[in-house]
Design a protein around this ligand. Sequence first.
Ligand SMILES: [Zn+2]
Ligand SMILES: [Zn+2]
Length: 179
Amino acid sequence: MNLQNIALISFGYFEKDLLEMTADAVKQEFSTPVLLKEGHIDLSDFYDAARRQYDGNSLLRQVDSMVVPDYSKTLGLFNVDLFIPILTFIFGQAYLGGRSGIASLYRFSNERYGMIEDSRFVLDRFRKEVIHELGHTLGLIHCHHPTCVMRSSTYVEDIDLKDQHLCPKCRDEIGIYTL
Ligand SMILES: [Zn+2]
Ligand SMILES: [Zn+2]
């Protein structure tokens, strides 16, 4: 796998620190340069009034049409509630072995689940989700290793149980050598 670089495009408001720490984690995990930039689209075009959520399939196509030239992978970062028709919600999704994906921060705060807010959890979950979706763009499917970041996660509790890293088998599959 010739992974030269990754572009992360944020849409809407994000804390700068959170974006920078996420970009750092991506840079380290994939040993590749990471570009962080802001994107501007009208999110109301993607709002489904009946579901009161945002259409994850249309947003993924939109990000795919905005891939950054000369960057091998582009991930769109959002802070809105995403859905696809067959699921109540999604944290993110990506084209398997493709050049783009999306991830949302929206469902990662503890407050949403009636727990005390702790921004460390939000950052921790978001980094894992971003690395997970990038793993899909690199052709990785869900992994059964107990703590691999490519393990499938339906709820935030599932995300909390895994690491922010690829397991040795997944690293090997995309050609990143394990130390
Ligand atoms: Zn997945
Ligand atoms: Zn794995």
